[in-house]
Design a protein around this ligand. Structure first.
Ligand SMILES: Cc1cc2nc3c(=O)[nH]c(=O)nc-3n(C[C@H](O)[C@H](O)[C@H](O)COP(=O)(O)OP(=O)(O)OC[C@H]3O[C@@H](n4cnc5c(N)ncnc54)[C@H](O)[C@@H]3O)c2cc1C
Length: 398
């Protein structure tokens, strides 16, 4: 029996069109255009691209650009499927969507990202807001707009917590913003950058309480270890992230957090026809497992696409190497700090602050979409990032 062209094509299905998934989709589709018999399908919950790096802005009522994933994919040959992935069958090599559609794949790229971890502390799921997605940010925006005053507790003093607390305090100066966390804000920065963060939060009127642990979120308050409660009209939870349970349920090898464990080429160690990228993947470098950032996530997407392209032409995929170079943090719209880092993400002495840092941060945040546009025309233009030298080299036995 003759097979149709569609049936005999090599099907690559990319799950998740976030920063990493879009990089993989555009890079692969642009390369696959020159190659007959490769069909790329991108599955994502929304048609609109979520600029996650701007969700603290969306949460304070700032309008974000309408970035359409299907429009960007136009002309690349990639197909877009809007839907919520409910299951991956790694044996049958199929993906199930919430409307019961089933997509078959030969190669899968797993890039479903991460969301705020609302599961560890009682009451977070029911009573706290998150920045897990655009809808969640809008819910907080509604609450803050109606509140315009009162106490807003931001739980978690990492970068998302700092950026959110600063943004809320700047937009709603009548609010009392309290930033709670185990570590001091900017703990991973060099002492001068950290001092800058503290001074900026202080100037904006953010009350910082470090060395505290939130053990419960109640309607209208948070409870700290030791029993103290802090009244809150709104609680934003930014402490920790978790990933979709789909990879573990599919039987892919995952770590204790559910991230897909990859080999050096970003293939699942248990299912080599599955590539894992971005926040959803546990990717080992010489300095340890990469932590979730857009900075590192986009290169993982591009690398997965390059590896698939190489495999399809009978070549061996190359090992992925990535070294960090910066930590840009906004402190409201008028201030920011950029901590430059070594490839293992430890801070260098060099930093930017003030208006220059604001401009740098905005350039970085705005860059993914135009980068995808460029890659569409010139795929090679997306294939440059710092490889990290000796920091990322994996020695034998590790
Ligand atoms: C407020 C904030 C500020 C940040 N600032 C920075 C920064 O300055 N620099 C930096 O490098 N990083 C920053 N990050 C982190 C960065 O946003 C993430 O590391 C990045 O988004 C990870 O990209 P990703 O493609 O892996 O996942 P995501 O961007 O989360 O994309 C995953 C996609 O998969 C979709 N999806 C998930 N599950 C399903 C499903 N079951 N079915 C269908 N679709 C699904 C989601 O809707 C989403 O579109 C920030 C994060 C936040 C929250």
């Amino acid at each position: 029996m003759m097979r149709t062209r569609q049936e005999s094509a090599h099907h690559v299905v990319i799950l998740g069109a976030g920063y990493a998934g879009m990089a993989a989709a555009i890079q692969l589709a642009a390369r696959a255009k020159r190659r007959a018999g490769v069909q790329v399908t991108v599955v994502n919950a929304q048609e609109r691209f979520t600029e996650r790096m701007r969700l603290h802005m969306a949460a304070t009522g700032q309008r974000l650009a309408e970035l359409s994933i299907p429009e960007l994919l136009e002309g690349t040959g990639a197909r877009f499927v809007r839907g919520w992935v409910t299951a991956v069958d790694a044996d049958a090599k199929t993906v199930r969507i919430d409307d019961d559609r089933v997509l078959r794949y030969d190669t899968l790229v797993y890039g479903l990202g991460s969301v705020a971890d609302t599961s560890r502390v009682p009451g977070v799921e029911e009573h706290a807001y998150t920045l897990s997605g655009a809808q969640e940010a809008e819910l907080l925006a509604d609450r803050l707009a109606r509140l315009d005053g009162g106490t807003v507790v931001v739980a978690g003093s990492g970068l998302t917590g700092i950026e959110s607390a600063a943004e809320i305090a700047e937009r709603y100066p009548r609010s009392n913003v309290v930033l709670l966390g185990r570590a001091e804000p900017g703990a991973a920065m060099n002492p001068r950058a950290k001092a800058y963060v503290h001074a900026a939060l202080d100037r904006l009127g953010v009350q910082v309480r470090s060395g505290v642990e939130v053990v419960k979120v109640l309607p209208g308050a948070v409870e700290l270890a030791g029993g103290e409660t802090i009244a809150a009209d709104a609680v934003l939870w930014t402490s920790g992230t978790r990933v979709s349970p789909l990879a573990a349920a599919a039987g892919l090898a995952v770590d204790e957090r559910g991230l897909v464990i990859t080999d050096a080429a970003l293939r699942s160690v248990s299912h080599p026809e599955v590539y894992a990228i971005g926040d959803a993947a546990a990717i080992r470098q010489g300095y340890g497992i990469m932590h979730g950032t857009c900075q590192g996530g986009m290169p993982t997407g591009v690398h997965a696409a390059l590896s698939i392209d190489r495999s399809l032409s009978g070549r061996r995929p190359k090992p992925f190497r990535f070294g960090y170079y910066h930590t840009p943090v906004s402190l409201g719209r008028g201030d920011a700090v950029v901590q430059f880092t070594r490839p293992d993400d430890t801070p260098r002495r060099v930093r930017l602050t003030g208006r220059l840092a604001v401009r740098y941060k905005e350039t970085v945040t705005a860059s993914p979409w135009p980068t995808y546009g460029r890659m569409k025309k010139m795929p090679a233009s997306g294939a440059f990032w710092p490889r990290g030298g000796r920091f990322t080299k994996i020695r034998d036995g590790r």
